[in-house]
Design a binder for this molecule. Structure first.
Ligand SMILES: C[S@@+](CC[C@H](N)C(=O)[O-])C[C@H]1O[C@@H](n2cnc3c(N)ncnc32)[C@H](O)[C@@H]1O
Length: 242
């Protein structure tokens, strides 16, 4: 039985420290920030902002950053360190008006959100026409491999392989490391693509970012297998009426 985010918050703060873990400082931070900055967004909402680390990074470039998260202890830390306005809430029912933001960011939060379809609908709703939805997520191949031993199997010859299972089935699985004990969600890539296409959003950018330093022990492991994805979707402008 997983403990959940409230009881994992202290361990999360320890694991993240001030730099975040390798997936963040070693892979995602730089390309995510580049997309936010190049969009020219003046207002950004970070859904599932946790302790606000990426909000603080964005706030050096964006005038108005808002972070939203349901976990009170993470929000307490975010508010202590500043950089943004922090709001308690769930992605599935965002407490903002339609068209409030130029850019909405979901940075490794979709895997934690039970109703991702509702959450994506809400993220699209609060975007201004022409605004961008920027997503970083664990690759679906990766979340389908979490069923045993983190998905890595060591073979007799010492080689490591990932075993993928139940790929097409949406399912929750326990994610437990360094005192963190939470539920994550696996969904096939088609789930996310179809949900986003169904909202009428247009894909502008897609990447499977590599580790900045491939010689780093985590970097070499990550670059062996599908690990992280990034995508940016644009909300179209309403049709001009004649
Ligand atoms: C893996 S952490 C990512 C935090 C931060 N974005 C980062 O990358 O460091 C996932 C976050 O999602 C939040 N979360 C869990 N359920 C959520 C929901 N229904 N709506 C929004 N955020 C949620 C958790 O509280 C946690 O802060």
């Amino acid at each position: 039985m997983v403990l959940g985010w409230d009881q994992s918050a202290e361990a999360w703060l320890t694991v993240m420290g001030s730099t975040g873990d390798f997936s963040r400082f070693g892979v995602l931070d730089a390309p995510m920030l580049k997309r936010v900055v190049s969009s020219g967004a003046q207002t950004v909402l970070d859904v599932g902002c946790g302790e606000g680390r990426f909000c603080r990074i964005m706030s050096e470039h964006v005038p108005l950053v808002t972070g939203l998260d349901p976990t009170r202890k993470l929000l307490d830390q975010a508010r202590l360190l500043g950089g943004a306005t922090y709001v308690e809430g769930h992605a599935e029912a965002l407490p903002f008006d339609d068209g409030s933001f130029h850019c909405v960011v979901s940075y490794l939060s979709l895997i934690d959100i039970p109703d991702a379809k509702a959450a994506l609908g809400e993220m699209s709703r609060v975007l201004k026409p022409g605004g961008r939805l920027l997503i970083a997520n664990l690759a679906s191949w990766n979340t389908a491999s979490q069923t045993r031993d983190g998905g890595w199997d060591r073979l007799d010859d010492g080689a490591v392989r990932i075993t993928v299972d139940r790929y097409l089935e949406e399912h929750a699985f326990p994610a437990e490391w360094d005192g963190i004990s939470i539920e994550n969600w696996h969904r096939p890539l088609s789930f996310y693509m179809q949900a986003l296409l169904g909202l009428g959003l247009e894909l502008r950018f897609f990447d499977e970012p590599a580790a900045v330093d491939p010689a780093h022990p985590y970097g070499s492991k990550m670059n062996k297998a599908p690990y992280l994805i990034m995508m940016e979707w644009q909300k179209p402008q309403p049709e001009e009426t004649a």
